[in-house]
Design a protein around this ligand. Structure first.
Ligand code: 48F
Length: 254
């Protein structure tokens, strides 16, 4: 069979356009495809919700790929070991309460879990604003191609509607900052110094709905609340993603 370039191009454009049109209204928009966003997307998708992951970079995985200072290993503490197991991520006990896993395997398996749960990925796409109308809820995300941002091009964005947005953008807490910047009563305190034990023990308390329709997870949750950072220990990221998913589910299902 002779391959036809036009058919190949049509297949890509038509399929992705249909998908994008379908996701103009979704249940949950997860912003950021790092560990917390991936865990939340996988767990929400598994519950049958329509979940889109919007990731500004080409690759999914955020800060997990690099492990600690480019040693491709992550550490996960006892409390989150069950999530490694749930996602099929193999780990090795290093010391009492400490498990080590491959960062490459971790990203791959989390991504695969989110895909298998039906979450759709919109990569190379940046969230640059939020939609908040009279009801005072975050009800959509304003998006543009990352290439537009990188090129400094003056191109107007498009908007995706969502019932809930999850800010999983990491240290910068981008979505929360967008809301805060417009003086809508949300304060982003910014993250503190390295203090792994404290940061990990408090992240679940910081994983919450910080504005109607907006839930923060992962490092974004710590950054909003002025909490410390924790380096390459990832249990809190997975547990926080799980909590973000449970908050959304509770709100949507009562
Ligand atoms: O930073 P990131 O991995 O977030 P996380 O899930 O995990 C943090 C850890 O990786 C690590 C740590 C662990 O102890 O401290 O840093 O909290 O992933 C955030 C993702 O969000 C994307 C970004 O490219 C990354 O993949 N992102 C950031 N801004 C935007 C965005 C944006 N405006 N639109 C879309 N995606």
């Amino acid at each position: 069979m002779e391959l036809n370039e036009i058919t190949i191009s049509r297949a890509i454009v038509a399929t992705q356009m249909d998908l994008l049109l379908d996701y103009m209204e979704m249940d949950v928009a997860v912003v950021g495809g790092g560990p917390s966003g991936l865990a939340a997307a996988a767990l929400l998708g598994k519950e049958g919700l329509k979940v889109g992951v919007i990731e500004k970079k080409l690759s999914i995985g955020g800060g997990m790929w690099g492990g600690g200072m480019m040693f491709p290993r992550i550490v996960v503490q006892e409390e989150a070991k069950r999530l490694l197991d749930l996602f099929g991520i193999r780990s090795r006990r290093y010391d009492e309460g400490y498990y080590v896993a491959s960062s490459v395997e971790s990203v791959s398996k989390l991504t695969a879990a989110a895909c298998e749960a039906g979450a759709e990925f919109f990569n190379l796409t940046s969230v640059e604003d939020v939609m908040i109308k009279d009801d005072g809820r975050v009800s959509g995300l304003v998006i543009n191609w990352t290439a537009v941002e990188m090129g400094g091009l003056h191109v107007d964005p498009l908007t995706l509607g969502c019932r809930y947005a999850v800010d999983a953008t990491g240290h910068d807490a981008v979505v929360a900052r967008l809301v805060a910047k417009k003086g809508k009563g949300l304060e982003v305190k910014g993250e503190g110094f390295m203090w792994a034990d404290r940061a990990e023990s408090r992240i679940l308390a910081h994983t919450r709905e910080v504005y109607p329709g907006l839930i923060v997870t992962g490092m974004a949750a710590n950054a909003v609340s002025g909490e410390n950072r924790m380096g390459p220990v990832f249990g809190g990221m997975l547990l926080s993603g799980e909590k973000a998913a449970s908050i959304v589910l509770e709100q949507l299902r009562g």
